[in-house]
Design a protein around this ligand. Sequence first.
Ligand SMILES: Nc1ccn([C@@H]2O[C@H](COP(=O)(O)OP(=O)(O)OP(=O)(O)O)[C@@H](O)[C@H]2O)c(=O)n1
Ligand SMILES: C[C@](O)(CO)[C@H](O)COP(=O)(O)O
Length: 216
Amino acid sequence: MHQTAALIVAAGRGTRAGGELPKQWQMLAGQPVVAHALAAFAAFRRVLVIHPDDRARANAIAGDAVIVEGGATRDASVLAGLRALQGMGVARVLIHDGARPLVSQAVIARVLAALDHHLAAAPAVAVSDALWTGENGLVTGTRDRTGLYRAQTPQGFRYDAILAAHLAHKGGAADDVEVARAAGLDVAIVEGDEDNIKLTWPADFVRAARLLKGRD
Ligand SMILES: Nc1ccn([C@@H]2O[C@H](COP(=O)(O)OP(=O)(O)OP(=O)(O)O)[C@@H](O)[C@H]2O)c(=O)n1
Ligand SMILES: C[C@](O)(CO)[C@H](O)COP(=O)(O)O
């Protein structure tokens, strides 16, 4: 049986979402956003990557998760989490945004199943709407949507492969799939979930609360 770990990155400041606290610490259905994300990975050894300012908040929800301080960028935070797992016999790691509280067990299972045959796998939703370009409020053209996907997390990897990829990366990646691909890894796409939203803007909180209520 492979040892699988979950790394939840929650060290960002949530500038686009705004609010009194960084988005992952704002309340959603009675608990901080990141507590929902953490709970989804309760079956695994967990690392929670935080901003130093959030230590007390993290202590209150971490349970048996190891708390690690992140960096100024998402990839620096991921690397801090990966380093914390070094020497623990971890074979596979699932890297998940703390700002994605609605991840389902089905999505996690699909990523894990793909890792049985691939070094890297990640969930995504194929773009189904027509795509336009626009300027000054007017449509200026259309773009072919064929082969375009909206990326989600958890993004799963063989631990040694993603650690080496992060150590070799120059920084500035949008996600860990970009880091993995820069290191030459093939990344399998698995079916994501429309509900697995990342809280990015203020309106996303309303949508997430509605989706969580629908699960009751
Ligand atoms: N230095 C950083 C930046 C981001 N993240 C985490 O990466 C996830 C996705 O990032 P994003 O949505 O871009 O979060 P923020 O950087 O916090 O948002 P913003 O860009 O609006 O400030 C979030 O769970 C966030 O906490 C992190 O751990 N460390
Ligand atoms: C990792 C990620 O959630 C994949 O969709 C995303 O790339 C990070 O957030 P951002 O909104 O692109 O900064």
